[in-house]
Design a protein around this ligand. Structure first.
Ligand code: GDP
Ligand code: MG
Length: 693
């Protein structure tokens, strides 16, 4: 015997939780609902318990007190193929509840909306009595029936079976007679309603006579067993249930359906069953979809979603997705197709959102792995000559391995938006382009820097050669022994002229070097497929670096100390040595005179002073400014701080010259002294010789 639950209490409260919990016990998804009506204490509960092996409360014989009012529900398992829900309606017949017929009316509406079979339980002696509560009840049933089902389209139109169970049936009056009496009453009631259809369009009638339970217990039991079979054995021709009676609400939706119906009835709202059924379908499909979604969420693979975990990620994703869908299909497919499909679409959209996000993370991971591999493959191939082929084949294999990884995750299964896939592929392609550019710029920087180094060296030796040559000028200084006419030419002697052109020559030489370096660099940039902007930055960087190095060299040679050393060297070369590189012996009277020494002093000093002017007058070099493109090539190569050569002030120059003159003067004095001493010595010797003669 199953226990029962209170569905609706005497305060008209619907106990949804009770029913939901209770009906969870049902092992069948197919079910039928049977409700019983009748006057109080006519043995309704007794009948149900006997027929369905339920356990409804029965009135105590001795006190004749009414049992707990309301509607009670019990699940009967007498039927093998489906669950049978039994509703025991404990109303009143006016005796206990006074004139309050309201509950009966509401209960009748409720029973008709939710049940396939209404059992009307009455004594045989009640048959034909209009004043019986049953008749008022049936009138209500007929009236509301049309309203309930009016908006139903043909397939949703449901019939009900009304089964009259006549109690304490004596058999004196044949059952057929009672049946026709009742049917006459029914037809009269039906005609009193505004129904246009025939009563049989909506109802099947059935009549059962039951012997007195207490007086004829055996016959009662036989009749009960007989009737019970009609409810339990669907192979019998007089099996009471029919597909026509279906309310189109799966069992799991029945509690909420019943609750909604009751709510509508309580609020005296118009009952529209198809709408209610639709609402229940929506509600339940929603619930089922939520359950499915929870199943799905809990089965989702944990992060990280990367290549290393791809296999388990894919299988978890697949099983989470398909088992959630299977759950939904299993329960929700019993509801009308439109609602089922609508919620299914919502569910798959929601799941796809999750899978899409996982797949998107996987795409990101794959992309960055592929890009890393691509980057390192490029960086290990630093040969500029084969740049184009290396890059093309590495890019092709990166793209191929990306596609392979993506296909293995089979994103099409989860409705991952094609835009997501396309966006990722676009990003990959763009990233690959960026990596190639990055790599190319690295190589451009390398070749440019190499070119700079290769150019700076010859430039340095060129300039130092020019400086070196300055000391050789004195060797071409005409000897003081030459003609007087040439004396004026000393003003424009070649050494002074060349010295003045020192930096101009250096600039010209550097320009030549730069020109050829530029040509070599251009060829390399061509091989690297450099863009115009990149070429521009690279070339400007080369130019900047070369001239910057040039300025550094200028700075080195054009310092006060260096200039003075150089000028001294030039002076001394000129004053102390002759064109053959032999030291001047100023004591030699044949070659030298005071005038000649003075002349040599003047010209040497002039040459040395012109060297000071020449070296100190540094060229006006303007370094190229950084290109606006700012690709990083120029800024990578060009030094942050440009070399600056500060021009000398006239005071500084005067000081250097003063220093030189001091040196020159002292050598001149020494030379004059040497000559004077030698002359004196010679005169003394001559005098001695004369004296000796
Ligand atoms: P309910 O109020 O309609 O559910 O009636 P109950 O099942 O509680 O029974 C009310 C009373 O009627 C109880 O005292 C039963 O013993 C008695 N009763 C049950 N079945 C029969 C029957 O077949 N004939 C008669 N005369 N009394 C019955
Ligand atoms: Mg009862």
């Amino acid at each position: 015997m199953s226990l029962n639950v209170q569905l609706i209490d005497e305060d008209k409260v619907f106990h949804l939780n009770n029913v939901q919990n209770y009906l969870n016990k049902s092992t069948h998804s197919a079910y039928n609902v049977v409700a019983v009506f009748g006057s109080q204490s006519t043995g309704k509960s007794t009948l149900l318990n006997a027929l369905f092996h339920t356990n409804f409360e029965i009135m105590d014989e001795r006190h004749r007190r009414q049992t707990t009012k309301g509607i009670w529900l019990s699940l009967s398992s007498i039927n093998q193929s489906s669950s049978t829900i039994i509703l025991d309606v404990e109303g009143s017949d006016g005796r206990e509840r006074g004139e309050d017929q309201d509950f009966e009316r509401k209960a009748a509406l409720f029973a008709l909306a939710t049940s396939q079979i209404l059992i009307i339980n009455l004594w045989e002696n009640q048959v034909g009595l209009y004043q019986g509560a049953n008749m008022a009840l049936l009138k209500t049933v007929f009236e509301v029936n049309a309203l309930l089902f009016q908006s139903a389209s043909a397939p949703a139109k449901s019939k009900s079976r009304i089964m009259f169970v006549i109690r304490d049936f004596l058999g004196v009056t044949p059952l057929e007679d009672l049946e026709s009496t009742i049917m006459a009453d029914m037809n009269r009631l039906w005609e009193g309603t505004s129904n246009n259809d025939s009563i049989s369009d909506w109802f099947d009638f059935q009549f059962i006579g039951l012997p007195h339970k207490l007086l004829k217990p055996e016959e009662f039991n036989i009749a009960i067993s007989d009737l019970s079979l009609k409810f339990s054995d669907n192979s019998l021709p007089d099996y009471v249930f029919s597909q026509e009676y279906s309310r189109n609400v799966p069992l799991d939706g029945w509690p909420i359906y019943a609750s909604n119906i009751w709510e509508q009835i309580i609020q005296n709202k118009d009952l529209d069953l198809p709408t209610q059924q639709h609402l229940v379908a929506q509600f339940r499909c929603d619930e089922i979809a939520n359950d499915a979604q929870q199943l799905f969420s809990s089965a989702l693979p944990p992060p990280p979603y990367d290549i290393a975990h791809a296999e388990s990620m894919c299988s978890s994703l697949h099983s989470a997705y398909s088992s959630a869908l299977a759950h939904y299909d299993n329960y929700a497919s019993r509801y009308p197709d439109d609602v089922y499909n609508l919620k299914k679409n919502e569910l798959t959209a929601l799941m796809s959102e999750h899978t899409s996000s996982i797949i998107a993370q996987y795409l990101d991971a794959v992309r960055s792995a592929v890009e890393d591999a691509f980057r390192s493959e490029l960086s290990s191939a630093s040969d500029t000559e084969s740049f184009t082929q290396t890059v093309a084949s590495a890019a092709a294999s990166a793209k191929a391995s990306y596609t392979e990884y993506i296909q293995s995750a089979d994103p099409s299964e989860y409705n991952v938006q094609s835009t997501t896939l396309k966006e990722s592929l676009d990003t990959l392609n763009a990233d690959i382009e960026d990596i190639i550019t990055e790599h190319r710029r690295k190589l451009i920087v390398q070749v440019t820097e190499k070119t700079v180094v290769e150019t700076v060296k010859p430039m340095q030796s060129k300039v130092s050669g020019l400086i070196q040559n300055l000391s050789g000028f004195s060797k071409r200084t005409p000897q003081p022994a030459t003609d007087r006419e040439q004396k004026d030419d000393l003003e424009v002697e070649p050494a002074v002229g060349e010295a003045m052109q020192l930096w101009d020559t250096a600039v010209t030489d550097t320009k030549t070097l730069l020109f050829s370096a530029q040509g070599q660099l251009d060829a390399k940039l061509e091989v690297l497929n450099a863009t115009e902007e990149e070429k521009q930055e690279s070339t400007t960087a080369l130019e900047f670096d070369i001239w910057n190095e040039f300025l550094k060299i200028v700075g080195k040679y054009a310092s006060s100390e260096s200039i003075l050393i150089k000028a001294r060297e030039v002076y001394e070369d000129s004053f102390k040595y002759n064109t053959e590189g032999m030291p001047n012996i100023f004591s030699d009277d044949n070659l030298w005179s005071d005038e000649k020494i003075q002349e040599l002093y003047r010209s040497s000093k002039k040459t040395a002073l012109s060297v000071i002017d020449s070296i100190s007058k540094s060229p006006d070099i303007k370094l190229p400014s950084a290109p606006l493109t700012n690709l990083g090539i120029f800024s990578e190569i060009a030094p942050k701080k440009a070399a600056v050569v500060k021009p000398f002030t006239s005071d500084q120059l005067d000081e250097i010259k003063h220093q030189l003159i001091k040196v020159a003067d002292s050598t001149y004095i020494d030379a004059r002294q040497a000559y004077t001493n030698a002359s004196k010595a010679r005169e003394a010797t001559e005098l001695a010789n004369k004296a000796a003669i």
